[in-house]
Write a protein that binds this ligand. Structure first.
Ligand code: FES
Length: 159
């Protein structure tokens, strides 16, 4: 698909989502979630369509997308690894876990490895504080992260 065709496709699918959901109270967040579900991320070509559809400025839409950690500006990798950075996990060493994972994968938070295997994201409490430090890999929670578990996770996402 050409770039032009891809952005036309994004615009028309985005417009359909907006039509379906704009009657909701506070429609922006549900619309953004639906768009991310549809495309795997919130494409930049969708932003002006949302702004026009909801009568907002592009800056407002952009501000909301960048404020919420859940929204991605780029497509995710084949795996998504989320590391909890909230208080209980912090007190149990989540900073060291994050540093080790970043070093092993060679990426920072909000980045995807060059081979497209994994996207690394912070998350703020997975409800697994009793087993901190915690993570979520492709929707599955993992508690009590230690060096061994980190290495297993990294090997799994890289395989
Ligand atoms: S603070 Fe990490 S799971 Fe609750």
């Amino acid at each position: 698909m050409t770039t032009q065709a891809a952005s036309t496709e994004i615009a028309s699918r985005t417009a359909a989502i907006i039509d379906e959901m704009k009657g909701l109270e506070g429609p922006l967040l549900p619309i953004l979630h639906s768009i991310q579900e549809e495309f795997g991320h919130v494409p930049k070509d969708a932003l002006p369509v949302i702004a026009d559809g909801l009568n907002l400025s592009r800056a407002e839409v952009h501000g909301v997308v960048s404020f919420y950690h859940d929204f991605r500006a780029q497509p995710a990798g084949r795996h998504v690894l989320k590391l909890c950075q909230a208080e209980a996990c912090q007190s149990m060493g989540s900073d060291a876990v994050a540093a080790k994972v970043k070093q092993l994968l060679g990426i920072d938070f909000h980045e995807t490895t060059r081979d497209g295997s994994v996207t690394l994201e912070p998350v703020y409490c997975l409800g697994l504080c009793a087993c901190s430090p915690s993570a979520m890999l492709d929707g599955e929670v993992i508690g009590r992260l230690d060096d061994e578990k980190i290495e297993e996770i990294v090997a799994e996402v890289r395989s």
